[in-house]
Design a protein around this ligand. Structure first.
Ligand code: IVH
Length: 679
């Protein structure tokens, strides 16, 4: 055997041994050999690799010490989006979640329904891609669709296997989980930083995030990061029928699975585990901000599917918010993109659960009056869901008589025009006061920030600060102006150069090719978010002219769009100004195409289903969701557009009318067959 062959063989042995002992030590917390012995093996591996650099493999434990610094992070699109979770804040919220699940699945109250309850780790969500058992890519969650590639950094985390253990390893496994820093590790890290005069991290989550977003992975390698796996991108190919089994499988592959997970046979078990976690929370060596409750059965999970951003099969039950008291110094008034005036509390800075809070939204005048907030009050503040700061109430006992009531402005704080308060359909006043001046600079700025921001066309490099600069320098007054920017105009701005100008113009040009839904969402129409925009795209099939011409009545015909939203859309497109903006955008080359179908095939595209009667094997909600997933549409009333009527038990008058119209009439069984056939 040549020396080279010997080295290759020995290296393979060493890789396996080091990985095995690292797993015993870092994951199982149950080392089999002394630290010195482990170090010796590791050292031998390093020395051999140094002599035979071409024998270094991607899964070698030596790759954990950090690689050459990166210039920037690359973007990675998640093959399957990394969704977020809806929150529950009480037992009632949890019961509502359970009800919604049962309703969707048409499961009677008494039918058994098991849940998996897992601590909600407060760190950073990442995805690890394993091909043939080897870690090939790791990324942050990012916006759920696209994250940042941080493979070299993730490789430095000892609890992340570079190679999966076990026998039946799937060809592709996308493992999802949370990178955290233990509270002990966080304290030590901050002590070190304090000693060297570096800025301290506010909390373990920030420390974990900051450590992962290092271009130099040697810095990451020196941070006490840890990792728990909690799921996979797509469990379909795995030999598992439940979330419990998925976690067991991941444990078998070499991942750390949190010991505080519980499979609960019913809701009472879920509640008991929540109370248990709340009780042991102070003793845990890592931060958790609640408990994630997941329908355990994977088949049911699949049936439940997802809404735009979160699955229907899981919910995050948050611990009550952390609170603190501070003083209300002042109330400022902000003008939003739809002209709504929002009062914002300016607070004496106070730390709430490790984050300094200086401002909190007060929503509207009714909220201020309802809580009887006065300037100078000592107030109780909390971070709702541990994120957004809010003022809970004034501490009335601490008043000394100098507190002043909050005066609501009669004029827009930005443009000075009189404010008005719209009336709702029932004649009552809307909660928000609004500036109706379409040219109000604050309104324009917010509208522009929304347009270029994440909820809009997400134009890289045109964040809040840059938009402020562009508006202040007069380069941008309105949305179309963005598409009139040139490298020459941008390069001369303060803090800009040729490179940043070129990048910005490239990003702007790239944003011209967008989807109908994205563009509509970007316009900032009142009450029109991502989901409504998607409904509009589906209905109008990319035809902007038809959308603009649609009246309230037609809009209300769209399943999922109610009176208020329909009115807002009509009002938006009635305004001359908005029509002009749309026309200019099209002239400037903006193209709003159709979104790509979520999951490939759209076999029901062009078909419009209408339901009548009670379905027995699934709920109306599920039936509608399945049609939409397959590219079909769902109507709420009989019309020429309907292509098939699905009849459940005790069909209503729609059946006779559909017969008259000569429509296809399907039984529940027929309908299920259609769904089956599309799989
Ligand atoms: S499941 C579709 N399980 O919570 C399911 N998430 O909004 C999504 N998180 O940032 C995630 N512990 O990183 C899941 N046991 C757990 C979790 C967990 C923490 C985080 C996750 C994400 C957020 C979900």
């Amino acid at each position: 055997m040549s020396e080279q062959e010997k080295a290759a063989r020995r290296l393979a042995e060493l890789r396996e041994q080091v990985a095995y002992h690292a797993h015993r030590y870092y994951v199982l917390d149950d080392p089999q050999i002394a630290d010195g012995e482990y170090d010796r093996l590791f050292q031998e591996l390093l020395e051999l690799e140094e002599r035979f650099p071409h024998l270094v493999t991607a899964d070698s434990p030596s790759r954990r010490v950090g690689a050459a610094p990166l210039a920037a992070f690359a973007n990675v699109e998640h093959r399957i989006p990394m969704l977020s979770l809806e929150n529950a804040f009480s037992e009632t919220d949890l019961a509502d979640f359970d009800k919604a699940v049962r309703r969707f699945l048409s499961l009677p109250d008494a039918a058994p329904l098991a849940y998996m309850a897992e601590p909600k780790l407060d760190g950073l969500a990442v995805e690890l891609v394993y091909r043939h058992g080897t870690l090939v890519q790791g990324s942050t969650r990012g916006d759920g669709q696209t994250g940042e590639e941080i493979t070299v950094n993730l490789r430095t985390i000892a609890a992340i296997p570079l190679k999966l253990q076990g026998v039946a390893i799937p060809e592709l496994l996308e493992v999802r989980g949370e990178v955290i820093i233990t509270t002990g590790g966080f304290k030590r890290l901050n002590e070190q930083r304090g000693a060297t005069g570096e800025n301290l991290f506010a909390n373990p989550r920030n420390a974990a995030a900051g450590s992962l977003r290092q271009l130099d992975s040697k810095i990451t390698a020196a941070r006490p990061l840890d990792f728990y796996a909690y799921g996979v991108g797509d469990p379909a190919g795995l030999p598992c029928t439940s979330q419990s089994e998925v976690l067991r499988l991941l444990g078998g592959c070499g991942f750390k699975i949190n010991p505080q997970i519980r499979t609960c046979p019913d809701l009472a078990g879920v509640v008991a585990h929540f109370q248990h976690l709340a009780a042991i929370r102070p003793q845990l060596d890592y931060e958790i901000d609640g408990m994630v409750v997941k329908v355990d059965d994977l088949g049911l999970q699949q049936r439940l599917g997802a809404k735009a951003r979160s699955p229907r099969w899981a919910v995050a039950w948050k611990f009550p918010a952390t609170q603190a008291t501070t003083r209300l110094l002042e109330v400022r008034f902000q003008v939003g993109r739809t002209g709504a005036i929002t009062p914002v509390a300016v607070l004496e800075p106070v730390s709430v659960g490790g984050v300094t809070v200086t401002h909190a939204t007060l929503h509207n005048e009714a909220m201020i009056r309802g809580k009887d907030l006065r300037i100078g009050d000592t107030v109780l503040v909390q971070r709702a869901g541990d994120v957004i700061p809010e003022v809970v109430k004034p501490v009335v006992e601490l008043r000394d008589g100098t507190e002043q009531p909050v005066a609501m402005p009669a004029r827009c704080p930005e443009c000075g025009l009189a404010l008005s308060r719209a009336r709702k359909e029932d004649g009552s006043e809307e909660a928000a006061t609004r500036c109706t001046n379409l040219d109000c600079p604050a309104r324009q700025l917010r509208k522009l920030i929304h347009f270029t921001g994440k909820a809009g066309l997400d134009i890289q490099g045109l964040g809040r600060k840059v938009m402020e600069l562009l508006v202040n320098t007069g380069l941008v007054r309105d949305i179309p102006d963005i598409y009139r920017l040139t490298e020459e105009k941008l390069a001369v701005l303060e803090g800009w150069g040729e490179v940043s100008a070129r990048n910005a113009v490239q990003a702007i040009t790239a944003s011209k090719e967008t989807t109908f839904a994205r563009l509509i969402g970007a316009l900032g129409i009142k009450n029109v978010g991502e989901e409504t925009a998607a409904l509009l795209e589906q209905h109008f099939q990319g035809d902007l002219a038809r959308l603009q011409a649609a009246g309230e009545a037609e809009l209300q015909q769209i399943e999922g769009i109610g009176k208020v939203v329909a009115a807002a859309i009509q009002e938006f497109f009635e305004q001359e100004e908005n029509r002009r903006i749309m026309a200019e955008l099209l002239t400037l080359g903006v193209q709003a195409g159709l979104s790509e179908p979520a999951s490939g095939a759209q076999p029901l595209a062009g078909q419009v289903f209408l339901f009548t009667g009670t379905l027995t094997s699934m709920s109306r909600g599920e039936a509608k969701a399945r049609v939409k997933e397959l590219g079909g549409q769902v109507a709420s009333a009989l019309s020429q557009k309907v292509t098939a009527l699905v009849c459940g038990d005790k069909p209503g008058s729609k059946l006779a009318k559909a017969r008259d119209l000569g429509l296809a009439i399907l039984s529940e069984e027929d309908f299920k067959m259609i769904l089956q056939d599309q799989k």
